[in-house]
Design a protein around this ligand. Sequence first.
Ligand code: IPD
Ligand code: CA
Length: 295
Amino acid sequence: MNQRDLQKLRLFLVEVAQEAGLLINTAQPSASTIDEKKNTTDIVTETDRKAEALIRKRLQDQYPQFSFVGEESFDSKSGVSDEPTFIVDPIDGTSNFVHGFPEVCVSIGFVIKKQPTVGVVYNPFRNELWAATRGQGAFFCGVNGKQTLPFTRSSLEFEKACIGLEWGSDREGPNFDLNLHVFTTLARTKRTGGRFVNSLRFTGSAALAICRVAAGQQDAFWECGSWAWDVAASWCILTEAGGIMVDGHPGEWSPPIDGRRYLAVRPALEGQKEFVEQFWSVIGDKRSAYGKVLD
Ligand code: IPD
Ligand code: CA
C-alpha cells in the first residue's frame, strides 16, 4: 500500500471509530449487561460486543482482503499473522466505561507484517481523537483543534518522571508480585531503596495511556499482560510522534506486537535509552509469567 492508500485507510478508520463512539455514548451499561471474563476485574459488556460487530462489519465490507483481530471475537489459535490485519479493541477501558469515568476509547490499529502502520484511538466521552499513519506523523484533535504530536520533547529524567501503570486482572501470583515490586520501587524514597519518581498514574486504558506518552503528557507507560488490541493503534501513534516501544521485561528493544509486555517511552531530545535501562534495572531479575516464549 502506498502513502495515499494508507491515508485513505486512516480517514476511513476515523469514520468507523466515531460511529462506534456514538454507540458507546448512547449506551447505558447496567449490571445485567456486564459479564465477567477471567474474574470480576476483567469484564465485558453488551456494548463492547455490539461495537466490535459494527466495526468488524464496516472494515470487512470496505477491505475484505485484510484480516481482522478483535478482542471480543479473538481466537487464540489463529493469533496475529504477518498478513495486513486490523487489530481492534471496541472499548479499551471497559471498567471506566461501566463507571462513567471518561477515560474510554475505541482503538483501531492496522498492521502489516505485525508492524504498526495506521492507528486511530477515539475517546467518545471527550470527543478526542489520536491518529497516525506510518511515515506521516501523528496528531491529536480535541477542543483546541488539531495539534501535531508530541506536545513536548524535553530531555527525559527518571526521577522527574510521571509513569503510567496498570493493576491488570492478576491479583495474586508472579504477575501481581512483579507489579507490586515495580510500583513500590518506583514510588519509595531512595533512602529506603526506591527510585522516588515524581508520580505514578493508573488510568484504566492502556491505549489512551500510550497516546498520552506519545504526546509527552506522561513520560512512560509499562504493563505486562495487556494484549495486541490494547497497544496496536497507540503504538503507531507513539512511534510516529518519536517515542519508542520496548519489551516490558529487560533486554529486547524490538518486541513483537503480541508479546504482551510493553514499555512505552515518550519522544525526547535525549535520554530515551537511559530511561529504558533505568526502568529495566527496577525490574532486575524478576519476571512476569507473560510471553515466556521471548525469554
Ligand atoms: C484493559 C485496559 C487496562 C489494562 C488491561 C486491558 P479493556 O482493556 O487497557 O488499562 O490494564 O490490561 O485489558 O479490558 O478495558 O479492554
Ligand atoms: Ca476492550
